[in-house]
Design a protein around this ligand. Structure first.
Ligand code: NAP
Length: 261
């Protein structure tokens, strides 16, 4: 069995790789920097005896990246599980964030996730088996100030993935699409690349979780056949009661969580 994880060489991608590697999966990673990929490969090989890892350094926000990745993966193995996990954040009021940064993020999260899903879905449908796991975020569940564009891209991933899963069920397909909404993860590179190291969400946040907890929840959910996973125990409880909150109170809490210390 083979799993392809984008952004697998760090953060929750790496932690999810550990579970799949222990489960006997061949690992295919696609991330940007070749050195990070090489270092992570040595690390995982050191941790899990006999694991087979292949890496491709590819910027997934580039046009036609999905086709490059598909052809590369096809030359190695049939992909049973695809995890669209690569992503980054950008924190600040909308007009403060350089437009090129947000456009690159939209290309990666929206166009990239759509294209990766489409090219691998076609192959999975022809075999009537396979799973696509798309990493969204709890920021997709309501507007988030200072993460406005990021949260909007994650809302696309959530909506698109859930809708696709509904379509697959209607067509009685055995292919599955799993939507994952992680809470704020305190121990990955995301918070520094998003310029959020001193933001309350990651320091004293209501829903803060860890990369290990997220990966464990994804692995468990995947094995139980779940198609919608909110990761992190605290976030799961809070989002069970979200429908009880009036919009103004929800936004008051979001604004409190989105402040620098
Ligand atoms: N951390 C959180 O609080 C949080 C919460 C909810 C959802 N998420 C989502 O979880 C996913 C993983 O985040 P993480 O926390 O594990 O952060 P991370 O450690 O920064 O991992 C992100 C991975 O994506 C790769 N990547 C970024 N841009 C790319 C591009 N254009 N092409 C190819 N690879 C690219 C990164 O490679 P580089 O090293 O080259 O950048 C890195 O390997 C993201 O989609 C993120 O939006 C994170």
């Amino acid at each position: 069995m083979t799993v392809l994880i984008t952004g697998g060489s760090s953060g929750i991608g790496y932690e999810m790789s550990r579970h799949f590697a222990r489960g006997g999966y061949r690992i295919l990673w696609v991330s940007k920097p070749p050195q990070e990929l090489a270092d992570a490969k040595v690390r995982l090989e050191g941790e899990i005896e006999g694991v087979e890892i292949h890496t491709l350094a590819q910027d997934l926000s580039e046009k036609d990246a999905a086709k490059v990745v598909y052809d590369w993966a096809a030359s190695i193995a049939v992909v049973d599980v695809l995890i669209n996990n690569a992503g980054f954040g950008s924190f600040g009021f909308t007009q403060e964030i350089p437009m090129e940064k947000d456009v690159a993020m939209m290309n990666l999260h929206i166009i990239g996730t759509y294209q990766m899903t489409r090219v691998f879905l076609d192959n999975m449908l022809s075999r009537n088996t396979g799973t696509i796991i798309n990493i969204s975020s709890i920021t997709a569940l309501q507007p988030i100030v200072r993460l406005n564009t990021y949260a909007s891209t994650k809302a696309f991933i959530r909506h698109f993935s859930m809708g696709l899963q509904e379509e697959l069920m209607m067509q009685k397909s055995k292919v599955k699409v799993v939507t994952v909404c992680p809470a704020a993860i305190g121990n990955t590179a995301f918070k520094s690349s998003a310029n959020m190291e001193d933001v309350k969400t990651f320091t004293k946040g209501l829903v803060t979780t860890t990369a290990e907890e997220v990966a464990r929840d994804v692995w468990r959910g995947f094995n139980k056949g779940k198609t919608y996973i909110i990761t992190g125990r605290k976030a799961r409880w809070i989002y069970k009661t979200q429908w009880l909150l009036p919009y103004w109170l929800e936004q008051y809490l979001v604004k409190r969580e989105s402040q620098r210390e």
